[in-house]
Each structure stands twice: as structure tokens, then as C-alpha cells.
Ligand binder design. Sequence first.
Ligand code: PLP
Length: 309
Amino acid sequence: MRWTLTESIKKNPKSIKIALIQRITDQISVFRDDLYPYLGGGNKARKMMALDEIIKSQGVNAIVTTGGIQSNHCRAVALYSKKNNIKCTLVLHGDQERLFSESGNAKVIKGSGATMIFSNACEIGKNMDVALRTYREQGYNPFYLNGGGHTLEGGYCYTDELEKLVDSGYVPDYIFLASGSGTTQAGLLAGVTRKGLDIKVIGISVGRTTEKAENCIQEFYKELCKTYGIDGKRAKVIVDDSFLCGGYEKYNNQIKQIADDSMANYGFPLDTTYTAKAFYGMQQIIEKRHITGQVLFWYTGGIYNYLAK
Ligand SMILES: *Cc1c(COP(=O)(O)O)cnc(C)c1O
């Protein structure tokens, strides 16, 4: 196993200066976004920290957001709020019993002091609006944060990471990653476009159909490109939904096996909801399409999902 340290050229002094790229086979390397050193790491932590400046400059003192019982996003928001002495309301979809019985992100969320509202899927928006209004009535200045940390800033921070990586001299032919809201994928893709490169960024869907995911990500990617003043027509968004196994949090035996063996094989955990699913999809695609170029697996985190039960 070889390790490479890549120096960042980022101007922001608060940003992490080193990205860890871990080579796991002759063909495959891993971007260890789980080692992002704030709020428990992973892409949701990085997306949350990308909002730090806005939240502080706007004098925000309450955040309302949403996610599932094992949401990495809700964990990052809850920790950010606790650290910064900000009120936090999480509108959680899923079973209250499950939250109390599980560990992982659920454990962190429970210990954070965030207000938890349990909601069925149809009433999330309504419950978030109520929470927002309640904060305003109490004199707070609340911030409405989309589920998954889906914001432009969340996209920009991945454009940045891609550019830092390329500037360090590491240019893969393919990037594979678990794709949910697609913020991470669109951000990376905008970085590829900005650099004028031809890196294929392939999202393995963890919940949505290819059509829905590709349309949403294409729209968001275009928005990112617009703010950068670059032509967003160049890149093609690719999301593969062949490995859904029926939907979010569903998996098959092969995915389970990859997750079970991941710590021993690679030194980091792949979880059945996100990264083991994406890793399995990547392996299948490499094999079926006889891909020979250098591949970067963008490891988005998920250790708390792995340790949830
Ligand atoms: C949320 C999440 C993803 C998906 O990221 P998006 O930017 O929403 O597509 C992938 N992996 C993990 C571990 C996540 O928590």
C-alpha cells in the first residue's frame, strides 16, 4: 500500500492543506474524504463547513434541516451547531425507536442537544417550515438548510478539492463515488470542466433512478458552472442505478461481503448504504467495460453508518 500526500494551493487558511490519496491496487486509488478533520469527517462535514463563513457573517443562530435516522448530514449539522452554540432542529424521517436503539450517527445526534422532530416523509417540508417560524417568533435568526447539505457552497467545495488534486499532479481517468443528492458529484464535475480535463465522473446511485438523478445533477452542475462563468454543456453527468438493490439502505450479498471485508482489506470501512454499494458498482463497471485507466474511488465517509448497528 502506498500513500501520497498532496499539497493544496488553496487560499483559505482554514481549509485542510493535505488530501490523502491511498493506493489500494495498481489501478485503484482512494480519496480519503472520511479524514476531513472537522465534524466527524466525510462529505457532509465538508459541505457543512463550506457554509461556515455565510452562517457567521449573517449572524445565524439557529439551523433547521432534515435527514434520516442515520444521516451523516444531520450528524455534521448537529455537531456544528453544538460547537458554535447555535440552536439546531433536525426534522428526522424514520422511526423514533430506531433512533434510540441504534449507534453510529444516531448516537452522535442524540448526544448533541439538537431538537429532534420525527416526521413522516410527506410532512418534512411542513415540519421544517413550522420549526423555522417558531425560531423567528422566538427572536432567532434561523437558517434553512436542505437535506444532504445540498447548497451551492457544498458543490463549490468539491470543485475546489478536484482542482487541488489535479494541481498536485494527480489526474485519474475515472472517478467513482456514491451519489445521493449529487452535490458532491456535480462539484467534482465542475472542477473537471474548469480544468478542461476529460476525467469521467461516475456516480453510483444510492437511492434514485438514473433519470431522476442525472436530471437533478445536470441542473445543479449547470448552476455551478454559471457562477464560475464557464460553459456547462461540456461534461456529461453519469449516474448508474444498476446497483440499487431496491432502494436506499437496501443491499445484496456481494455488497454485504465487501462491507464485511473492507476494514481488513483496505483499512477503512465501506458501509452497505453508501460506499460499499458504490465500491461494488465500481468493481462491476471496471470488469464489464474492461476499463484499464487509473481509477479514483472518492470515499465519501460513512464510518458511522458502518458502526450503526
Ligand atoms: C450523503 C452521502 C453520499 C452522497 O453525497 P451527495 O453529495 O448527496 O451525492 C455519499 N456517501 C456518504 C457516506 C454520504 O453520507
